[in-house]
Design a protein around this ligand. Structure first.
Ligand SMILES: [Zn+2]
Length: 92
């Protein structure tokens, strides 16, 4: 079995992880808020290469994404990191 095949089998479903993350981080707290000015006037602005949804604040013009301000932001987004999303946001 080659490496890629192993990855296919064990890689957690990234989109499901992000769905969970968004639910915990935004939906359960009343929707997406700007991390800088707390405005809810947010524009969805595509996705990062990691699969996080990107946002642009219409008030202050700053960009952020699903991972901005979390422990995952500046870290290589590993498979085990994905697995920890669930735990992290449950206790967030
Ligand atoms: Zn803002």
């Amino acid at each position: 079995m080659d490496k890629d095949a192993v990855k296919e089998v064990f890689l957690p479903n990234r989109e499901d992880c992000f769905k969970f993350l968004r639910k915990k981080r935004w939906d359960e707290k009343g929707g997406v808020k700007c991390l800088y000015c707390r405005s809810q006037n947010i524009h969805h602005n595509g996705y990062t290469t990691k699969g996080a949804r990107k946002y642009k604040c219409r008030e202050c013009g700053k960009y952020f994404n699903d991972l901005t301000g979390t422990i995952f932001e500046n870290r290589h987004f590993s498979i085990e990191g994905l697995c920890r999303l669930n735990l992290y946001f449950t206790s967030y």
